[in-house]
Design a protein around this ligand. Structure first.
Ligand code: SF4
Length: 331
């Protein structure tokens, strides 16, 4: 078993990381500098500085990618974690232990990641997934259920259903709505999560199914990507802002205590100030619990890479800060 420690913040945190490393090695872990090779990633942060908090939030996608490759990977956040930040950071980490350094992932904390599909049939113009992973391939629902049952029996308390576009899932007659109902019916004390869904595939059937699932974690990441119709069109997202807002309304009506997060890209080619302001408007309106804001950068081979990357770097940064400010202060 290998561990990797990331330290953000002051000297004191660095010293604490040294102590945490010693504790882990006592438990039989070996250090690795390669985050991809780690079975346990410990992030030691100092949330007094917003930049550290922002950087920790930025790890979300990295962890998602790593977890797809290593289902046993465990991520722990420790250090000076302010109470106000803890709720949001619990979405990113398997465990948040302010002031504690290592807890050996006992029965009650165990988590099981189950990849239900690979690849994607959409071609969002900024995304490399269809090129790197190919078309959507869904795993047989019987195999998924067998894995989930086995995991729950072995003590898993959190089941994560993973895929690039989970709600496009189809295995024979079983779509994603039916799959979540089947997962929910597995006896045992656990909650289930999933990531990532596409708004255009979020059917009424799925909303109704989730509302009936008492084991659904009620955490939902619904990537908006932009709050401007012209930009959404350029991104190839296949929904409008109105449709996205209507979807959120429907989800909140059926699952009132849903914890809603989103992904958004700022500075996409052609995103004028006016178009960006539409995204800020969407943020103010929806009031997401958390948002993962990415500054656009072209990915070779994608359709968007042929568009002029015309928003200056500093302006992208400014837009990122505005959206993060809305999430943090609600305005
Ligand atoms: S952003 Fe998501 S839905 Fe769009 S192509 Fe990439 S993986 Fe598919």
């Amino acid at each position: 078993m290998k561990y990797h420690i990331i330290t953000y913040g002051c000297q004191m945190n660095k010293a604490d990381s040294g102590r945490a490393a010693a504790m882990l090695e006592k438990k039989g872990y070996k250090p690795t500098k390669d985050i991809k090779a780690a079975d346990l990633i410990l992030v030691n942060m100092c949330s007094v500085r917003q930049s550290a908090v922002d950087r920790v939030h930025g790890l979300f996608h990295k962890f998602e990618e790593l977890k797809i490759k290593n289902r046993k990977l465990k991520t722990i956040l420790t250090g000076c974690v302010l109470k106000k930040d803890q709720k949001k950071l619990r979405e990113i980490f398997d465990d948040v232990q302010p002031g504690l350094y290592v807890k050996s992932g006992g029965k009650n904390n165990s988590l099981s990641n189950i990849t239900i599909s690979n690849g994607c049939n959409n071609f969002c113009t900024y995304c490399v997934v269809p090129f790197t992973r190919g078309n959507l391939v869904c795993h047989d629902h019987r195999a998924i259920l067998k894995t989930a049952k086995r995991a729950v029996k072995a003590g898993a308390r959190e089941i994560w259903l993973l895929g690039q576009n989970v709600n496009d899932y189809q295995s024979g007659a079983v779509n994603f709505a039916k799959l979540v109902a089947m997962i929910n019916a597995i006896p045992g004390d656990f909650r289930f999560f999933f990531t990532s869904p596409h708004p255009k595939n979020f059917s009424d059937e799925l909303i109704v199914a989730l509302a009936k699932c008492q084991k659904f974690s009620k955490r939902l990441n619904l990537p908006a990507q932009s709050g401007d119709d012209e930009i959404l069109k350029r991104m190839g997202r296949n929904y409008t802002v109105k449709q996205y807002e209507a979807l959120v309304k429907k989800i909140r009506k059926n699952i009132p205590d849903i914890n809603l997060s989103t992904d958004v890209i700022v500075g996409f080619p052609g995103e004028t100030r006016r178009r960006f302001n539409n995204t800020a408007k969407l943020f103010r309106k929806i009031k997401f619990n958390i948002a993962y804001v990415a500054k656009y950068s072209p990915r070779p081979g994608t359709a968007a890479a042929n568009l002029k990357d015309d928003v200056p770097r500093l302006e992208k940064k400014r837009r990122e800060q505005i959206l993060n400010g809305i999430i943090k202060n609600g305005q």
